[in-house]
Design a protein. Structure first.
Length: 214
């Protein structure tokens, strides 16, 4: 019985994945970047901040500090000056400098490509690490931000609140090659349709698959 329930859930997750793939065919990270280092910096800056705001400050930041070595040598004040339009800019400036110093000292100035190494970097949690793994290195990962968390719960794909447990639930329901695109599309759907306060269930392509549909 339990196994049958799990199989049903997997089938529904697959149907949701296919529906979202039709609605959002393109899987492209919306943060401006040209290499894994820039993606890492932009993703750290995107915490509690819109991608649009991050994209406004990163061209100047990357022009001034194009490499981990340059960023590691910058003073937090210099970094703050460029990113001050972003929330938590002081803490983010400190994280960026510390992270760049770690890249230089421990990784020969390269961004590492494993979850264990990435999450040891300053300012990098599992969500950021999964963005880097999925988009910079093609290593599958489920990115659980506030939208992915809300949608996973509303769609009945998890009962958990803790992002790392939600990540694990989605990983067991989907095939590895679906992890990055699925979470990407879940986030887009959360931004465009399944809003936190007023989900647009009437126009939602998941309406018939969603236990929370109104
Ligand atoms: S049907 Fe409503 S609650 Fe369910 S995913 Fe769509 S918008 Fe969200």
């Amino acid at each position: 019985m339990k196994k049958a329930g799990r199989e049903q859930k997997k089938k529904r997750a697959l149907a949701i994945s296919e529906r979202l793939a039709d609605a959002y065919p393109e899987v492209k990270v919306p943060l401006y970047h040209r290499n894994p280092f820039e993606l890492l910096v932009a993703t750290i800056l995107s915490a509690q901040c819109t991608d649009e705001m991050v994209n406004r400050v990163t061209p100047e930041l990357f022009r001034r500090f194009a490499t981990p070595e340059a960023l590691a040598a910058a003073s937090p004040k210099e970094i703050e000056k460029i990113i001050r339009r972003l929330g938590l800019f002081r803490a983010k400036a400190r994280s960026l400098k510390r992270c760049a110093m770690q890249l230089v000292k421990e990784h020969h100035g390269e961004v590492p490509a494993t979850m264990a190494e990435l999450t040891r970097l300053a300012g990098v949690g599992r969500k950021t690490a999964n963005v880097i793994l999925g988009y910079a290195f093609g290593v599958p990962g489920v990115v659980v931000d506030t939208h992915a968390k809300r949608l996973s719960q509303r769609l009945g794909l998890t009962r958990h609140k803790d992002p790392s447990k939600i990540e694990r639930d989605l990983m067991t329901l989907l095939l590895p090659e679906q992890w990055t695109p699925f979470s990407h599309r879940l986030i887009l759907h959360g931004r465009r349709v399944c809003h936190a306060r007023k989900p647009k269930c009437q126009i939602c392509v998941l309406n018939d698959l969603c236990p929370s549909a109104k």
